[in-house]
Design a protein around this ligand. Structure first.
Ligand SMILES: Nc1ncnc2c1ncn2[C@@H]1O[C@H](COP(=O)(O)OP(=O)(O)OP(=O)(O)O)[C@@H](O)[C@H]1O
Length: 261
């Protein structure tokens, strides 16, 4: 479990994270949602230790990583997999070399063992036989899957994904969401996804944290989110008339009445 407690972060006189406390549940797909500029990325960067909060704690299984000694922090970093927004693959390296990179950096495994592990994770993301291809030769969805394979190659306990669906069509987005969710369950990973994709929210959001103007405004599951009476959250999730209508219908049905025509 990852827990953040009373986090606060300002840039100059601009407060961008305001006393945020939240829990990222173990073995679950946790989502951070909110409009652009609400503080999602800053919150995620603080959680992975790429940014230091002005005040507050980030606890990994109870251990605070803020102000942690570099040696101990390094150990936790090896348990973290990250999927960046633009996939962030090395263009001059093959798929295999890209996925092998963390193994080269953090392990002393033999080349044969590393190859075996890379082939294993590439197969898990349904990319058998793509080892020798270059990023320029594969589609955006495949690049995301390579990046996901790289993120899980060290068997992480924690997986952070920043906008995993950016730049993908809705169908390919679903494939990526499904894969992340399956992998989270299969390997019992604590996954944190930063997103404003409502499909992801409804399909994958075991636990959701809604950020609004630097504040945590709501926290709950995808079963609860559609029934929230928080006006800001409703404006965010039901941005279209179509979705507003769908909500009205499902609330009427939940009350056991048949929807009005
Ligand atoms: N390094 C920085 N220096 C100054 N201001 C920053 C910095 N990083 C973020 N901010 C500000 O903090 C606020 C929150 O930014 P953040 O990137 O966390 O938003 P977000 O919710 O992730 O938005 P998006 O969905 O567009 O990525 C914004 O007002 C942004 O301009």
């Amino acid at each position: 479990m990852i827990e953040v407690k009373n986090l606060r972060k300002s840039f100059g006189d601009k407060l961008v994270i305001n006393d945020v406390s939240a829990v990222m549940q173990s073995g679950k797909t946790n989502l951070i949602i909110g409009t652009s500029g609400s503080g999602k990325t800053v919150l995620m960067k603080i959680m992975v230790g790429l940014m230091t909060p002005d005040v507050g704690e980030v606890l990994y299984e109870g251990k605070n990583i803020v102000d942690m000694e570099e040696k101990e922090l390094k150990e936790i970093r090896t348990q973290i997999g990250m999927l960046f927004q633009g996939s962030a693959l090395f263009d001059s390296k093959t798929v295999e070399e890209n996925v092998m990179f963390p193994l080269d950096m953090f392990t002393k495994q033999s080349k044969a063992d590393k190859r075996k592990r890379v082939t294993e994770v590439l197969s898990r993301v349904n990319l058998d036989g793509s080892n020798k291809k270059f990023p320029s030769e594969i589609s955006g969805g495949m690049k995301k899957r390579v990046a996901l394979a790289r993120a899980i190659v060290l068997n992480p306990k924690y997986l952070f994904c920043d906008e995993p669906n950016s730049g993908l069509d809705p169908q390919t987005s679903l494939v990526i969401d499904k894969l992340i969710k399956e992998i989270t369950l299969e390997y019992n990973i604590t996954t944190v996804i930063n997103t404003h994709d409502m499909n992801t929210v409804m399909e994958s959001g075991d636990h959701i944290v809604y950020m609004h103007k630097g504040n945590k405004r709501w926290e709950g599951s995808n079963k609860e989110i559609v029934f929230s009476d928080d006006q800001e959250l409703n404006n965010f999730i039901f941005a279209s008339d179509f979705l507003k209508k769908a909500k009205e219908m499902s609330m009427i049905e939940a009350q056991g009445q048949s929807p009005k025509r």
